[in-house]
Write a protein that binds this ligand. Sequence first.
Ligand SMILES: *Cc1c(COP(=O)(O)O)cnc(C)c1O
Length: 345
Amino acid sequence: MPDFVDFFSDTKTRPTAAMRAAMANAEVGDERADEDPSVNRLVARCAELLGKPAALFLPSGTMCNEIALAVHCRPGDEVICDRTSHLIGFEGGGPAALAGVMLNPLAGERGRFSVAQLGAVLRPDRLYAPRQRLLEVEQTANLGGGAIWPLAQLTEVAAAAHAHGLVTHMDGARLLNAVVATGIAAAEFARDYDSVWIDFSKGLGAPGGAVLAGSGEFIREATRLKLRWGGAMRQSGIIAAACDYALDHHVTRLADDHANAAALAQGIAQIDGLAIDPSSVETNLVYFDITRADLTAAQLCARLQQQGVRMGEMGPRTVRAVTHLDVDGAAVRKALAALRDLVAG
Ligand SMILES: *Cc1c(COP(=O)(O)O)cnc(C)c1O
């Protein structure tokens, strides 16, 4: 069994030897001057993958979200999103600090809200109210346990938003997990979204990088902010080559992560003192609850760590385990053995 297995996040993946070789051999140039061939190839490939006319390479997914908000909105505008969205909890208050927007959080089901819930907050334009400007969705929904938005629901909420004069944005940090789990193309999921991005530093296993896509005009303005905010890089083809490698080699294998997550969830369901509905695990994120009164998530995570298993505390009694490139079936067995020992034993 491996000594240490890290289920904390799919960002913990390390570039493989083959990915590092692709990086070492990357053709590079000055990205800021559009002269890096590896970056240019990657963004063209991603524009095609996402079904948009243009795309932009950025250091992180957070920057994709924050730039999209700032391009689509003016200060004082309202963004409608799920209450669990990454925008709210994990971006340092960026929507307020950088775009100056108001967030209107909806109480969706596992990160996904219905067209009726959206309809209930859409209102006629009134001069005293914030201008409703943007609808944001997360595919897959991170705090929703990796839940996948069904295509029909994405289409419905986008149509309602557009009919009301809003623009639409998709946080696709794990869009390719949804693609692999459903067989629906990324461009299909993103069809009704004016902007969309994918992350390379999660399950795709690259050391960094994200690509934001949209119309030519949107990407032009997004590029202005990339430069203003210091997101432009130089020979970043080194990173783009890793992302390109990931698109070639690490997409279809996301199915392994989903199978490992399902196996982990099924094992957890058998442990007295833990609770999970394994059918809720659709992709690579596994959230489970501790039902034993004398054990908190913080305690469990600390004890797991001593046994060489890292998981994340997501609430007083909620733990998250994420499967990815660097955890396999043996890692799942090690995690289940440790959980059995610590919780039921
Ligand atoms: C990780 C994540 C982000 C941010 O991406 P970074 O590349 O870590 O900045 C945004 N949204 C969701 C849903 C994420 O999981």
